[in-house]
Design a protein. Structure first.
Length: 185
């Protein structure tokens, strides 16, 4: 599939547009390798990199996508907590803006991926282990318990690593706020 240049937004130099376009295309490519819809990632990239709140029509025009695709992707981005919807006073159309802090955006994406990928797998492994009768000491039961148990151990370590990332992020955010408070005073 050939990548096409994105239509221009007004009042932006060609160099800025080219850099935005490259980022939007790369963010879509990278995110799709994570299992995230390419269009969803490109909409997020557009909102994030331009720093401008945009209406659906602006997003559709810039990315050359359908209204249905834009609406569905924006709904998912709001579910992930990295895009918010609001309405400007006197306007009838919704406007969308991205989280502007890269650190907060990344933490929200990591939280959502954990919730969608790791948590259900841990639950499923636990359920599978619970199904095996405690009285079954057959070789098949022992093999199943050992392998599922090993996978559960790994996924619990992954879960612990995620929790550590979140704790570190919260500690860094608190430290950043303390520094900013001290600098202001």
């Amino acid at each position: 599939m050939e990548e096409r240049a994105l239509p221009e937004l007004p009042k932006t130099s060609n160099g800025v547009l080219e850099a935005q376009d490259r980022f939007i295309l790369e963010w879509g490519r990278m995110s799709s390798s994570w299992g995230v819809n390419r269009t969803m990632a490109q909409i997020h990239a557009l909102l994030f990199i331009t720093g401008r709140p945009l209406q659906v029509d602006d997003i559709m025009e810039r990315l050359q996508i359908s209204r249905g695709n834009a609406s569905m992707s924006l709904r998912q981005l709001m579910d992930w907590g990295i895009v918010r919807r609001f309405r400007r006073p006197g306007e009838r159309k919704d406007t969308f803006a991205s989280e502007s802090d890269p650190w907060q955006m990344l933490i929200r994406v990591i939280r959502e991926r954990k919730r969608r990928e790791v948590d259900p797998t841990v639950d499923a492994l636990r359920e599978c282990l619970a199904i095996i009768p405690a009285t079954d000491h057959s070789e098949d039961a022992r093999t199943l318990q050992a392998r599922l148990g090993g996978l559960l151990d790994i996924f619990e370590m992954i879960d612990a690593a995620y929790r550590q990332v979140f704790a570190t992020a919260e500690a860094l955010e608190e430290f950043k706020e303390q520094l900013e408070t001290q600098i202001r005073h």
